[in-house]
Design a protein around this ligand. Sequence first.
Ligand code: PMP
Ligand code: GLU
Length: 391
Amino acid sequence: MLSDKVLSIAESATLATAQKARELAQTGVDVISMSLGEPDFAPPELIKEAAIKAIQDNVASYSPVPGYADLRQAISAKFKRDNNLDYNENQIVVSNGAKQSIANMIISLLNDGDEVVLPAPYWVSYFDVIKFAGGKSGVIPTDIDSDFKITPEQLDKAITDKTKLFLFSNPCNPSGTVYTKEELEALAKVFEKYPNVLIASDEIYEYIVFEGEYFSFGSIPSMKDRTITINGLSKAFAVTGWRLGYLAGPTELVQACSKIQSQFTSGANSIAQKAAIAALNAGPESVAYMKEAFLQRRNRLIKEINDRLPGVITNNPNGAFYLFPDMSCYFGKGNIKDSQDLSLYLLQEAHVAITPGEPFGAPNCMRFSYALAEDKIVEAVERIEKAVKKL
Ligand code: PMP
Ligand code: GLU
């Protein structure tokens, strides 16, 4: 019954692991879920008030497909203020989450056989949406010793005459890696040799960077006209369910994304769009308390893992709310062959949900989302410690 296209892709591993945890919890089991990447904070008051006002003002009609003009102006101003990026409102399209922005972009750009270079670990959806669009991923492997960062030499080797796009998240989901300005400039030097390759920078965790100033790839002067910048409200403002993301880039691409959206979904949720104006104008200071909490939790999680799980290798990621340790020390023990088995075992035995690394292109690692209370983080690692001792 189903198309080859749909059969060729997997369900999102992050959402699938979260769903398994939910199903187990529904049977009455006390599950600690570190599977889904979503902040555990309530949305800030000012966004809630803006959403309520939009409802009361009867903001209920279809919006323009690329988003309300005042929202696109607010996004343009945000890019200037936070990122030193110059995108005018006609270079911006608002979507039902950054996930839709990414899908619009990939479908707009790829012909069958075109390649997208992805540093691994990559966010799970990149790989499957590229496949769905008929493209191929050219994966650059990295490891925990180099903080999961690619080198300019690796990039140079990965680009072929079929490469259309380079796509990465910075900060990275799942590794939490944040590239510095100097590292990005060194990668830009490589791209200067390949003028036909576009670069997509997914900056959805931009407000969750612990040390140093965040630097946007598109603000490098030679990359300005070739960079597509993706962002959204989900993580920064703790409104994952409101579904509001956006993309900015060359006008031709933005118009194509808008065309696809006009056929698939129309403009994004009108209430969320109005709330987004308030959120974007409030800026990073309004949510800095979340970042502080995530930093504490990151430190606690690393400490607990290092104290309790000998053999597991951790690093010190500078952003997002994920830790991506190498847990291959357990492979080959009991019936555990790989990260998928270990994820299932830990869910069943420890009632802790963590996401396997394999769908992120890093099969030795596992993703812990630490967007939960510190005492739950400690309890989760204690439970894992007990469970792996049985192997
Ligand atoms: N990019 C990355 C790197 C993500 O982790 C996510 C997950 N939220 C998204 C994009 C999509 O975010 P949303 O659709 O909620 O805006
Ligand atoms: N992006 C989040 C994650 O990686 C939410 C789930 C999803 O959108 O796939 O867990």
